[in-house]
Design a protein around this ligand. Sequence first.
Ligand SMILES: Cc1ncc(COP(=O)(O)O)c(C=O)c1O
Length: 398
Amino acid sequence: MAVAEYVREALAGSSVIRKLFEEGAALKKLHGSGKVFDFSIGNPDLEPPPAFHETLVRLATCDAAGSHGYMPNAGYPAVREALSKKCGSEQGVTLNADDLVMSVGAAGGLNCVFKSIINPGDEVIVSKPYFMEYRTYIANHGGKLVEVDSLPDFNLDINAVRKALTPRTAAVMINTPHNPTGRVYPEETITALAAALNEYGKKSMRFPYLVSDEPYREIVYDNIEVAPVLCAYQNSIVVTSYSKSLSLPGERIGYIAVNPSTPDKQNLIAALIWATRVLGFVNAPALMQRCVAELTAEKVAVDIYAERRDAFIKVLDGAGLKYSRPQGAFYIFCKVPSKTAALGDDNTFSDHLKKYLILGVPGSGFAAPGWLRFAYCVSSKIISASADAFKKAVGTYL
Ligand SMILES: Cc1ncc(COP(=O)(O)O)c(C=O)c1O
């Protein structure tokens, strides 16, 4: 047997998304891409801001000696210095270059964090629904993801988190703005979570880390602000990337920021740098580091995502579907319409939608059966053109 058993199991578990991706491609081949309403993948279709291209060209043609060499594993000091100022102002703390480690996207950053803080058998508490890759990122390093319910509006249920804390809890991980619901946790939630973790830490003498995954921080609507995490709790770590905020998911660039007053900070930073090296990243991509350091004031055209959110809401309202109104990111989480338990099944509804060339990801893939996620990082033409298909699909389902 060539492939390890647990990998085979993982491959089988992730087959829903793979299948959907393949089905989408086949449908587009058959009907033409303009006829298929593919809301399955969170791959931003907006181009990076023009300043990115200008910066990229300038930096790519710069022949300064050493531009392509190895560097400190944490990343270029000048890049970390520039990003630490922006991150510090968002997070309500003073950060320095040495509080940041550049990463290969948020995924690379999260893997470095879990490699650094998880002892075999340790637990990481995550609120349902959640980005499905978290389970693997935690298991990669011998940890176990512990699920807790969220509140009906997808806010964190602090009591549920409190009850799930055990001596094995290495971390509580949150994601704001949230994939798949678009929820942005209010400041009171972060404060209450910090209080629960402090209370538990004082009792148990193990203060779990609070890991905040924030790649969608810049994509928020209606003037909402993403509450800072670093100023709320000492043992906190922020992981972020430019995959969504600058539409650069293929360039694999992000960073980890550590609370400057975390006890044992030097060891934690040393562990993150070591993890970057031994996980085989060695360092985040050099050219991209230099680019993003010059683009701290830039982001993709969030107003376009906001228009699409509003357009999608109209489509769902028109079809009589219930959903959670997104405050950020580019996903909308939609309740499967049901008169019977069988109809409420998200896989059944997802299969039914395919007959109308609509693709959405079943909520079971996010530990939330009974829901479907639609990604609206697609053209507004596709969104508005899907209105009739949605109406017909719901009409024939109920
Ligand atoms: C919630 C969440 N975290 C992390 C990631 C990984 O992001 P990156 O492409 O920066 O690795 C994603 C990607 O979609 C995501 O949705």
